[in-house]
Ligand binder design. Structure first.
Ligand code: MN
Length: 455
């Protein structure tokens, strides 16, 4: 059973009741180091207000007693970290236990061994607020889904007001293969893309800077162990293949998307950049925040057997994660104003679960490999204030069309400076926050996923 309270730590900042990085969390990350050896990444975690370099702990033999030591040694050897195939949930759990023990409240004692422990504690810590990170795994593949029925319905309404949801939606998790080379770590500036659009349907297309630049609030699922080509992952086995979850911004050029997406789906509208948060929060940390998968309404089809987990797994197929989107324009930054929250939603409102996405992705024989990123698709809930992108947030619908039959004008968002936004402008910073929290439980933070648009 998951404990309901985080163990206390000698690192005082980890013990605050609202600390998102208590000993109950311990996410996986790759910390950027710069020293006389140059610039490189080390396997790391976060505790309280400190980034933790795991290298000194590994070198001190902290993990030597682990049952899965061979697996772990292979994992620890990677300089740019990819969980090697075979790194199991059990091995991850051992890492978590060892780290919890190391950081748990205990005096290092006196004498030589006490001094050594004290030195080790100091050696592995650095301030979190100035820490820099790489992508939290070597992500060789990126697949983007469309798992929110509210998002799919809203976007569908804009194009097909009478028939928003396509007939396949409730039968099959819709997705497309994205571009892994342009995955960037949170904080990386995002250049406004150029591309082909057709602003006037009566005139030929034009090439130029995107005029309808948007974000998409998504959660990402990082793969731990993959599968052999031709050997699908069964829906009841998916959890063994998940390293953990992170936050993703799937930046989208809507004007380019509208012109290019038929018949093969998005291409340049999505491949210029996708931002990823620096921490992978493990399933063990998320255990107290598991919730039942989506409830299907009367009349909804029953998913096919390969997408139907056994009852015990269905009862915890979802995650109760609260999500917030904020914007800070250049003017707001200059006026030293804080970021302004424009929407809040929950990951538990999704129609398809990550388990179903993994089972479906591999059902035809496609092999996932360690570090692969599967993103959920825009997370929107039923209420207008829970919409996870500007395409929906500034949409004055449903219905999409006004009484004159023409599309209604977009409803701008007003910011504290008096500025308004329908889509993103140059200098706008978009900030996603994700956290699990419930009375009586230590919160589990994901950190932020942020990015600023540059012209
Ligand atoms: Mn997306």
């Amino acid at each position: 059973m998951a404990s309901t309270h985080a163990p206390a730590s000698w690192l005082e900042s980890a013990n605050a009741p609202d600390c998102p990085f208590s000993l109950a969390n311990l996410p996986l990350a790759i910390l950027r180091k710069v020293d006389e050896q140059g610039e490189y990444g080390v396997l790391a975690t976060v505790v309280g207000d400190r980034a933790v370099d795991l290298t000194p702990l590994i070198e001190a033999g902290l993990f030597a007693e682990c049952k899965h030591i061979e697996e772990l040694e292979a994992a620890f050897e990677e300089s740019s970290w990819t969980p090697p195939d075979g790194l199991s949930r059990d091995a991850l759990r051992e890492v978590r236990k060892v780290l919890q023990k190391f950081f748990a409240d205990a005096s290092p004692g006196t004498g030589a061994s006490g001094k050594q422990t004290q030195r080790l504690r100091e050696k592995c810590l650095s301030p979190l607020d100035t820490a820099e990170w790489y992508l939290p795994a070597t992500m060789m593949n990126y697949t983007d889904f469309y798992a929110s029925v509210h998002h799919a319905t809203n976007v569908g309404s804009m194009f097909r007001p009478d028939n928003p949801l396509l007939p396949n939606y409730k039968h099959i998790p819709i997705g497309y293969h994205g571009r892994a080379s342009s995955l960037v770590i949170s904080g990386t500036p995002v250049a406004r893309p150029s591309g082909q659009t057709q602003p006037d349907p009566q005139s030929p297309p034009v090439f130029g800077l995107c005029k309808r630049l948007d974000y998409e609030l998504e959660m990402g699922c990082v793969i731990a162990t993959g599968n052999e080509i031709g050997e699908p992952i069964g829906i009841d086995d998916v959890e063994q293949h998940i390293l953990g979850l992170c936050v993703v911004n799937d930046w989208s050029a809507r004007d380019m998307q509208a012109w290019e997406y038929q018949p093969l789906g998005p291409f340049l509208a999505k491949n210029f950049a996708t931002s990823v948060s620096p921490f992978i929060v493990t399933l063990d940390a998320l255990e107290p925040y598991r919730v039942a998968g989506p409830t299907r309404r009367a009349g909804d089809p029953t998913p096919l057997p390969y997408l139907t987990p056994q009852a015990a797994l269905a009862a915890k197929a979802g995650f109760d994660i609260q999500l917030h989107v904020s914007i800070r324009t250049r003017k707001m930054a200059e006026a030293k104003l804080p970021a302004h929250r424009i929407s809040s939603g929950s990951f538990k409102d999704m129609f398809w679960t990550f388990g179903q996405m993994i089972a479906h992705h591999t059902s035809g024989g496609c092999n996932l490999i360690p570090g692969d990123l599967l993103a959920s698709g825009t997370i929107s809930g039923p209420e207008p204030e829970t919409r996870g992108c500007m395409l929906e947030l500034t949409w004055d619908g449903p219905p999409h069309n006004g009484p004159d039959g023409k599309p209604k004008p977009r409803k701008p968002i007003t910011l504290p400076t008096g500025e308004t936004r329908v889509f993103l402008e140059d200098g706008d910073e978009v900030i996603f926050d994700a956290v699990c929290s419930k009375p009586g439980l230590p919160p589990i933070g994901f950190g932020q996923c942020r990015g600023t648009i540059v012209g």
